[in-house]
Ligand binder design. Structure first.
Ligand code: APR
Length: 231
């Protein structure tokens, strides 16, 4: 039983921006360069699995080459003082590589693949290196697809995320535009009496509920301010 106060970090693409990973909705972000309907839906996979596989291969390559930034590292170090539970919308593994020991991926994990058929729904396969290939198949012969939750798909980790949030002492939201549901709705499950913070250079434009302390900065700088505020 962990007796330290429970701190939940809810992160989005801005968390990894200073590691050189593109966000989705900032100017120049991924969804300005690609159409969601062509690369990030089950229909896109049915129509053109090669294009979808290639899109995520490029993402995986960039993620493998990237390094955790000072924000990821500071969050891992907070485990000395808090029971830190990370809930991330990111498909990268930079929280884990920085040393965080409890990371829930709401939208999947780019380093893993799963069957695109009806078999082995809960089975995940490590992808060696950055490239998932056309002839990588599940044990029953279906093509493997990236373990990513696409638009229009259910978010299987959602209920676990609700449980994690529902008894936290501190909630830290970092680098998410809070546009994508159901993920964005999770922040409402933190207890009324919990301390709530959001770090984002754009907090004034975001749909931040009442009761949040806004830290209007990029992650690296914002985390230092957050640490000063909670200790
Ligand atoms: N530090 C902190 N925040 C930053 C930084 C930074 N260095 N750079 C950008 N941001 C902020 C932006 O201001 C924006 O609010 O990060 C946020 C990124 O928002 P999005 O690109 O919409 O990313 P996210 O909220 O994670 O998207 C949610 O949408 O496309 C899907 O599945 C994908 O998980 C993703 C989901």
């Amino acid at each position: 039983m962990n007796t330290k106060p429970k701190l939940v970090v809810f992160s989005g693409a801005g968390m990894s921006a200073e590691s050189g990973i593109s966000t989705f909705r900032d100017s120049g972000g991924l969804w300005e360069q690609y159409r969601i309907e062509e690369v990030a839906t089950p229909e896109a996979w049915s129509r053109n699995p090669d294009l979808v596989t290639d899109f995520y291969n490029q993402r995986r390559k960039a993620i493998i080459e990237a390094q955790p930034n000072s924000g990821h590292i500071a969050i891992a170090e907070l485990e000395k003082h808090f029971d830190v539970q990370v809930i991330t919308q990111n498909i990268d593994d930079l929280h884990e590589r920085a040393g965080s020991t409890s990371v829930l991926h709401l939208h999947g994990n780019i380093r893993l693949a799963k069957s695109s058929g009806p078999d082995q729904e809960e089975a995940y396969f490590n992808i060696e290196g950055w490239e998932l290939q056309e002839n990588d198949l599940s044990p029953s012969g279906y093509r493997l697809r990236p373990h990513v939750v696409w638009f229009g798909e259910a978010v299987p980790a959602y209920d676990t995320a609700v449980d994690i949030l529902s008894d936290c002492s501190v909630l830290l939201v970092v680098g998410t535009s809070l546009q994508v549901y159901p993920a964005a709705g999770l922040i409402h499950y933190a207890p009324l009496e919990s301390q709530k913070f959001i770090i984002d250079p754009n907090t004034e434009e975001l749909p931040v509920p009442k009761g949040f302390n806004k830290i209007n900065s990029q992650v690296g700088e914002g985390i230092s301010q957050f640490i000063e505020m909670i200790f």
